[in-house]
Write a protein that binds this ligand. Structure first.
Ligand SMILES: NC(=O)c1ccc[n+]([C@@H]2O[C@H](COP(=O)([O-])OP(=O)(O)OC[C@H]3O[C@@H](n4cnc5c(N)ncnc54)[C@H](OP(=O)(O)O)[C@@H]3O)[C@@H](O)[C@H]2O)c1
Length: 286
């Protein structure tokens, strides 16, 4: 199998301004020729761009403003890359929406935002970028998902279902492109709580995982050509044991989580629905 095109290649990261996307950019900067950093607002990417160029002056860094949930903005992004003769070797699908609420009480705007960010976006970007990779016989798609795909998660019905989409999508694509120089990998982290960060105390230290380590393990698995990466030792153990549990037991665990969520829901303020955008071909909302 040919080596992955990370070294001296061009990597496009969606949602690069913070979190796992920013850590991936930091790790990739020492190896790639060009990084294309995409986020809602280009200005939030400026500090990262300056940091990367300070450390790696020969690195090409393109910063692009794009709400990847907006089909017109995706078209504009891809047209901008084409006009600059930028060829994407590796696509990192990293922007996602999540929420915790009972489905019947969730605003439709939140549901649609999750479907759009977690299903529609990776499907569209992969559709636009995979074919040129196959034509060149080299490329990669790194889908950052979540361990929630494996769980029965009341309070996260839409989110966990979208993660199952990413699982099925990644696995089927891998087979379709096998032997053609393109790698497709899904990374499925658990909650990323670093020691010392607020909320971390509720998680046993065995499960603490830094963003940096998550990104490092994600890249290592991708370069090994793994189908699925569970970053972090504690999380990896749990995820590997979960399929061995009977479904009835997983439902019981889900019921326990639901009781906790109902108790919490009494304390939480209602969520605001974000503005919704039309899918390709739909008329814009008035
Ligand atoms: N962090 C965790 O504990 C955890 C655990 C498991 C899985 N994951 C997965 O890891 C991935 C990254 O999570 P993260 O927590 O590192 O991310 P994050 O901190 O929420 O950052 C994501 C970045 O992507 C941007 N973004 C979101 N939607 C976008 C859109 N439509 N267009 C352009 N940019 C967009 C965000 O911009 P705004 O700030 O403007 O929205 C933000 O800068 C997600 O797929 C998530 O499901 C995370």
């Amino acid at each position: 199998m040919r080596p992955l095109p990370i070294d001296q290649g061009t990597v496009l990261i969606i949602g690069a301004a913070r979190g796992i996307g920013r850590e991936l950019a930091r790790l990739l900067a020492r190896r790639v020729r060009t990084l294309v950093l995409v986020d809602h607002q280009a200005q939030v990417l400026e500090p990262l761009r300056e940091e990367l160029l300070l450390n790696y002056p020969t690195l090409g860094v393109l910063v692009e403003s794009c709400d990847v949930c907006d089909p017109q903005q995706v078209d504009a992004l891809l047209a901008s890359l084409e006009s600059q003769f930028v060829r994407v070797d590796v696509l990192v699908n990293n922007a996602a929406e999540g929420d915790q609420a009972l489905y019947a009480q969730e605003g439709w705007g939140r549901v649609e935002a999750m479907l759009r960010a977690n299903v529609w976006v990776p499907a569209l970007l992969t559709h636009r970028l995979l074919k040129p990779m196959l034509e060149r016989g080299r490329g990669g798609i790194l889908n950052i998902g979540s361990g929630a795909a494996q769980l029965i998660l009341p309070g996260s019905a839409t989110f966990s279902a979208t993660q199952r989409f990413l699982d099925g999508f990644t696995e089927a694509l891998r087979l379709e492109v096998e032997g053609q120089g393109v790698t497709v990998t899904r990374v499925a982290p658990g909650p990323l709580w670093e020691a010392g960060v607020e909320g971390a105390e509720s998680l046993a230290p065995f499960f603490h995982l830094s963003l940096e380590r998550c990104a490092r393990e994600a890249l290592a698995g991708f370069e090994r050509g793994q189908a699925l990466v569970y970053p972090g030792l504690g999380h990896r153990w749990v995820m590997r044991l979960l399929p061995l549990l009977p479904r009835g037991l997983k439902r019981s665990l889900g019921r326990m989580a639901l009781r906790g969520l109902r108790r919490e829901a009494l304390l939480l303020p209602p969520r605001q629905a974000p503005q919704t955008l039309p899918l390709a071909g739909e008329p814009s909302p008035a």
